[in-house]
Structures are given as structure tokens and as C-alpha cells.
Design a protein around this ligand. Structure first.
Ligand SMILES: [Zn+2]
Length: 70
């Protein structure tokens, strides 16, 4: 399982939605304002859970490719 976060700042990606990242990638990107989504088996489940924070939650193209819609 991996730990996932959602970025509170939706302006940091081209699609202007709230992006879900693994904890590793969130640290790499130095995302300062984020919410803890929790531990999930995969990014599809993590993005599903993150929709309780933000309706437009989407997976990061780099660390959550299977949940990335654009
Ligand atoms: Zn990412």
C-alpha cells in the first residue's frame, strides 16, 4: 500500500483540478498545502477517496497514471 495526498492548490497543473500524489511525489514536488488521503492499494482507490475532499480530484500523470484523466 502507498500513502496518498491531495494538493489543495489546483492551479499547479494544466487541467486546473486537485491532483492526488503519492507521499514520495508530493515531497519531491515540495507541495506545501495538501490533505492526507490515506493508505490505499492503488491510485484508483486513492482518487476515489479523495473525491470526498474535492469533487474534481484526479490522479497525477506521473505518480498516479492509472487514475489520470487529464
Ligand atoms: Zn504525482
Amino acid at each position: 500500500m502507498k500513502l496518498y495526498y491531495i494538493n489543495n492548490d489546483q492551479t499547479r497543473n494544466p487541467g486546473l483540478h486537485h491532483e492526488v500524489h503519492t507521499s514520495e511525489h508530493a515531497a519531491e514536488l515540495r507541495i506545501s498545502s495538501k490533505k492526507l488521503v490515506g493508505y490505499y492499494d492503488n491510485e484508483v482507490q486513492a482518487v476515489q477517496a479523495a473525491k470526498s475532499f474535492y469533487n474534481d480530484a484526479d490522479g497525477c500523470a506521473i505518480c498516479c497514471p492509472r487514475a489520470h484523466r487529464g
